[in-house]
Design a protein around this ligand. Structure first.
Ligand code: UDP
Length: 450
């Protein structure tokens, strides 16, 4: 990606062995290609930034006037560290009104910033990165980074450094343009950053822990270690679950009595916006599963997968064992057993010695089953996980990453199963937001049907 790699390739003496020679040739060619890509990237940055400034010129004039009226200044300049650790002055509008960052397009024209790239660091942040540390300073920082986009839809689970490193080590111009194109609607719909994120959210009397993915995995592993007398129960809820809980007292009670409930999907994020709060992360079961398996692989704790069609849980288990060698799977079982087999199912789970039980019957069936059998189940922690074995067995394709970055995974599921899902998404989501809006007007009451 950077120029130094190109010059090293050209100056290095040519190897004698033909295979190495060919390899070197390819690397030189890719060096040339990357110089060309760099020029195209710069040209596109300039053209798009100029177009944005032109298109937004009325808004810029208005915002400049607001800044002047509020503070007596138009622009603020803050020192940031750019490519090759060169400091530059990052421009923003003074004052608190929205649109503070619009002047950064001028930084793009000046070459301080690219449209896409890792966030420009403060001097202190840059000083904390060792000189031979990773190649953050080999690329131009950007207005939009993979982390800033994903953080807005709550899916930057690995944190800023890892997310951005993964993105720009494999950075392509097309990838970056996609990033910028996705950021525009997400930024417009995603609300302002800096909104308070309370530790617990309340939707219709169901308390949802507003934490991160890492905290959720830690919590499961801690319960597995503690081995409580009764299983700790974990549930995930999306707007559809909360709509069901609104009218189904048993399910609502199961959620209220669960040890922990976590937020699943962009609908909860939108619900938070209606309440004027922020969701810290979209902590859904599908993204949690591989992270949990990875962490379990380094422990003596094993996992039991119960649910889905015959064979699916076993396929998901072996896919995870391939990905995370050392993961102990205590057992698997499909979710289509007769009531008179239930005793044997529970006994098999107990005999397996599993520390973590994942139950995939879909909501609310799995939560009701876990609540009804809590006294009989002798596992430290049990989690209701919905349809995720179908994804990890490879039988059902999950939405591509770019759709998830846009917060549109639901549209993928809608296209896959329109007959089953249209009511849930096209009507249910609006009903949910209406109910949340009503709740926001009467903050003292739970808002749930009694
Ligand atoms: N399922 C099951 N037993 C049942 C009904 C459903 O094991 O009696 C499984 C089904 O095969 C699927 C999952 O439960 O794997 C439900 O998936 P869905 O996508 O409906 O769940 P959601 O994630 O929407 O809660």
């Amino acid at each position: 990606m950077n120029g130094s790699r190109f010059s090293i390739d050209v100056l290095t003496p040519v190897e004698r062995r033909p295979r190495r020679l060919r390899l070197r040739w390819v690397r030189s060619a890719s060096g040339l290609a990357s110089v060309f890509a760099e020029l195209v990237r710069r040209a596109l940055d300039v053209v798009l930034a100029a177009a944005a400034l032109l298109l937004l010129s009325p808004a810029l004039v208005l915002r400049a006037a607001l800044a002047w009226r509020e503070t007596g200044r138009i622009l603020e300049r803050k020192v940031r560290i750019g490519r090759f650790r060169e400091p530059f002055r990052r421009l923003s509008f003074a004052g608190t009104a929205p649109g503070r960052s619009l002047p950064m397009f001028l930084n793009v024209l000046r070459g301080d910033l690219s449209l896409a790239g890792p966030r420009p660091l403060t001097e202190a942040e840059a000083a904390a990165i060792p000189p031979d540390g990773f190649e953050r300073f080999g690329v131009r920082p950007g207005l939009v980074s993979a982390h800033t986009l994903r953080a807005r839809t709550g899916i930057s689970y690995e944190g800023e450094v890892a997310t951005d490193r993964d993105h720009y080590y494999g950075q392509t111009l097309r990838g970056d343009l996609g990033l910028v194109a996705r950021f525009v609607p997400v930024r417009l719909l995603g609300g302002r950053s800096g909104t308070p994120a309370p530790p617990v959210l309340d939707f219709f009397g169901v308390s949802i822990v507003n934490g991160t993915m890492d905290e959720a995995v830690d919590w499961i592993l801690e319960r597995a270690r503690e081995r409580p007398a009764k299983p700790a129960l974990l549930a995930f809820v999306n707007p559809d679950c909360l709509n069901v809980a609104w009218g189904d007292a048993d399910y609502r009670r199961a959620l209220q009595e669960a040890s922990r409930v976590l937020p699943d999907g962009i609908g909860i994020h939108l619900g938070c916006r209606v309440l004027g709060t922020a969701l810290r992360a979209n902590v859904n079961g599908t993204d949690l599963f591989p992270r949990l398996c990875e962490r379990l692989a380094g422990t003596n704790d094993s996992i039991y997968l119960l649910g889905a069609r015959p064979g699916v849980a076993a396929e998901a288990a072996s896919a995870m064992q391939k990905r995370f060698p050392g993961l102990a799977v205590a057992g698997t079982r499909d979710g289509y057993f007769a009531p008179d087999e239930e005793e044997a199912v529970i006994e098999a789970i107990h005999a397996s010695g599993a520390s973590v039980l994942l139950v995939a019957f879909g909501a609310p069936k799995q939560e009701l089953w876990l609540a009804a059998n809590r006294e009989r189940l002798r596992v430290p922690v049990a989690v209701g996980v919905g349809g995720l074995f179908d994804f990890y067995s490879g039988r059902v394709a999950r939405a591509p990453h770019w759709l998830r970055e846009l917060g549109l995974e639901w549209s993928w599921r809608l296209l896959q199963e329109p007959r089953r899902m249209w009511r849930r998404y096209l009507i249910g989501n609006w009903v949910f937001l209406y109910r949340v809006w009503k709740q926001s007007r009467v903050p003292q009451t739970s808002g749930a049907a009694s």
